[in-house]
Design a binder for this molecule. Structure first.
Ligand code: ZN
Length: 261
């Protein structure tokens, strides 16, 4: 069975680019009789705000989206689905990366790395989940030269680790994301290859990835970038139906669904 997910981040109000991705993913799932999961990427507690979480559920409902798995509302998210509740699971997989060798505790901040290369590899600093930063070197031919962050010094797992682990654990086999995330796909595939037979990671290479173009606004600007003025709640009053938005997006969605892949 086809299993996909939509994965909004509650660090801003949802925008037209989010709506396009969600409606496209939902159309693919419904067309194939699959299951859709809502995964809220709330790992970065420093950027999550209550009004963004409220907006998220309100907007999904306004869009008429339905999902079989994942949180039903803000309260359900906090009680049963928040990524904060899965921290020990992310730590377990992180430990595999540390044990395997290519991941290492790094004392350099991002701005340090802009000034000089990291020399932390081989130093074997002790890992402290509350304050250590962990990076991993991947094959530069696949993912570029820069080491990839897996664990942030605020004690927070990084996006690439969380996204990989969640998609594996949730049995996802179709990932629909914007072209701006192609590099993330390459990084996550490289991370899964590093894990090899551990954590069921072989399954990751069987996932089908679809990268869609970022949709353009009337002025030619990219609408998938998060900017206050693009918030759906600003552009489309909640008192009105979602018909105007659907009229705007449906030609793009049909074009994508009907194009050969
Ligand atoms: Zn370093």
């Amino acid at each position: 069975m086809l299993v996909s997910r939509i994965a909004p981040t509650p660090s801003g109000f949802l925008h037209v680019g989010n709506a396009f991705n969600f409606l496209l993913t939902s159309a693919l799932v419904r067309r194939n009789g699959g299951r859709l999961r809502l995964r809220v990427d709330d790992l970065d507690t420093t950027r999550t705000r209550p009004e963004f979480l409220e907006d998220l559920f309100e907007t999904l409902s306004w869009l008429g989206l339905q999902w079989e798995d994942g949180p039903k509302d803000v309260r359900d998210l906090a009680a049963h689905h928040s990524q904060a509740l899965r921290r020990s699971r992310y730590l377990e997989v992180l430990q595999d990366f540390l044990n395997l060798g290519p991941a290492y505790v790094c004392e350099c901040s991002r701005s340090d790395l802009e000034k000089r290369p990291c020399a932390c590899r081989g130093n074997e600093y002790a890992f402290d989940p509350a304050r250590s930063r962990v990076r991993v070197d991947l094959d530069p031919n696949e993912t570029g030269q820069k080491p990839v962050i897996l664990w942030r010094h605020e004690g927070i797992p990084a996006y690439q680790l969380v996204s990989l682990v969640d998609d594996l654990d949730h049995g996802v086999n179709l990932i629909v994301r914007g072209e701006d995330l192609i590099e993330s796909t390459r990084i996550q595939l490289a991370l899964a290859r590093l894990l090899g037979d551990r954590q069921g990671a072989r399954r990751f290479e069987t996932i089908r990835f679809l990268h869609h173009p970022l949709i353009q606004g009337p002025d030619g600007s990219k609408l998938s970038k998060s900017r206050g003025a693009d918030a759906l709640r600003t552009l489309f009053p909640r008192s009105e139906s979602n018909e105007a938005l659907r009229r705007l997006l449906e030609p793009e969605i049909s074009r994508f669904l009907d194009s050969p892949r």
